[in-house]
Write a protein that binds this ligand. Structure first.
Ligand SMILES: Nc1ncnc2c1ncn2[C@@H]1O[C@H](COP(=O)(O)OP(=O)(O)OP(=O)(O)O)[C@@H](O)[C@H]1O
Ligand SMILES: [Mg+2]
Length: 355
């Protein structure tokens, strides 16, 4: 009967107590660990949730920005189209202005030159054949007609010079280039001005290299330049004369007109290539001229890719030099290339297939 259940547990042995305590501990540990793990999981979850929300917000912001950027792009696109239209309109206006200018220059030259040519032509006729008008025209009348002729010729030259200048400066001047012998052009110019030298008892010498290559240039314009320089030399020189030289340099031809005239001081030299510049106001009265010759010459030379300059000293004379590049502006891609004396002809080595 002592083995029967008494309702009271037998007093625990120290081993059992230890075991119980261990079980209790480890259960508490498990609970604590589980709680902690739960807590960590919850924190991670909520952090992930926050991050996802932030990412979503950021994505929404991006979307809004993108929409705004698209709108801006559309606006910019429309602005570009508008500006393009403006540009087209401006270009058309410019083209229109250019055409108007071209027409104006052409009209002015026509309107002024036609009556001037008639004045020159009729006064010429009267002077050459006065008997066609009356049996005998009084000498005073003939003298006056001669004055009309002189002045109208001067006016015609002035009109031509001003128009040349306007045409170059507005980009309307077209050069008509051809293969040209400078020796010929120089000889022509020399002949044209020789009378001015003879009248004043001045000498005109020329030293032109006989082996000059042909130059692709506007013959009439280059002749005009040489005429300007030679007539200046004749106009301003009182004793001695002038020399025109043409020599070959490496890539250009150098043309020099030097005279034994009064020379020009350094301060004046700088302005002589500007239109209407003369050394002093008495020049026009004493020698005539308008101060356009050098300005036009400079433009023509530069249009050919050359350079022009003056060296002068009071008392010793003046030298005006200019260069013309050899082979300047030779059109390499057009038919003219075949007519160029500088175009190399290489015979084909393949025999012709023509029977
Ligand atoms: N060889 C020269 N000797 C001295 N002075 C010169 C010489 N060439 C030019 N000049 C000076 O330079 C000025 C300008 O020359 P430019 O040829 O441009 O005009 P111009 O001869 O007076 O008139 P235009 O050539 O229009 O008939 C002249 O007025 C003169 O004062
Ligand atoms: Mg002149």
């Amino acid at each position: 009967a002592s083995a029967l259940w008494t309702g009271w547990p037998a007093a625990p042995t120290p081993g059992a107590f230890l075991a119980n305590t261990l079980v209790l501990w480890s259960m508490t540990l498990v609970v604590v660990i589980t709680r902690q793990a739960e807590g960590a999981a919850m924190t991670a979850l909520s952090e992930a949730y926050d991050r996802a929300r932030q990412a979503l917000d950021a994505a929404r912001d991006r979307q809004l920005e993108l929409k705004q950027a698209l709108k801006d792009l559309d606006l910019a696109n429309r602005e570009v189209i508008r500006l393009n239209d403006l540009l087209i309109a401006a270009r058309e206006a410019l083209e229109e202005a250019r055409r108007a200018k071209e027409e104006f220059v052409a009209n002015v030259s026509h309107e002024l030159r036609t009556p001037l040519n008639m004045i020159i032509g009729f006064s010429d006729e009267i002077l050459k054949r006065p008997d066609l008008y009356a049996e005998r025209l009084p000498q005073e009348l003939l003298d006056d007609v001669a004055a009309i002729r002189r002045n109208s010729e001067h006016l015609a030259r002035l009109v031509d010079d001003v128009l040349d200048l306007v045409q170059v400066d507005t980009g309307l001047m077209r050069l008509s280039k051809e293969w040209t012998s400078l020796a010929e052009v120089i000889a022509e110019a020399q002949e044209a001005v020789s009378i001015f030298f003879e009248r004043k008892g001045l000498k005109l010498n020329s030293r032109v290299d006989p082996n000059l290559p042909l130059i692709y240039c506007d013959r009439a314009r280059i002749r005009q330049v040489i005429l300007n320089l030679l007539s200046n030399a004749a106009r301003f020189t009182l004793q001695g004369g002038a020399t025109i030289e043409a020599t070959r340099q490496e890539h250009a031809i150098l043309i020099k007109v030097s005279d034994t005239g009064p020379g020009i001081d350094a301060a004046t030299l700088q302005h002589l290539f500007e239109p209407f510049q003369q050394a002093d106001p008495s020049i026009r009265r004493r020698y005539g001229g308008t101060g356009l010759g050098l300005a036009i010459s400079k433009r023509f030379v530069e249009m050919h890719g050359g350079r022009i300059w003056i060296e002068s000293h009071i008392g010793t004379g003046t030298t005006v030099s200019f260069t013309l590049p050899i082979e300047s502006g030779v059109p390499q891609t057009t038919l003219k290339r075949w007519f160029s004396p500088y175009h190399d002809y290489t015979p084909r080595d393949r025999p012709s297939l023509v029977p």
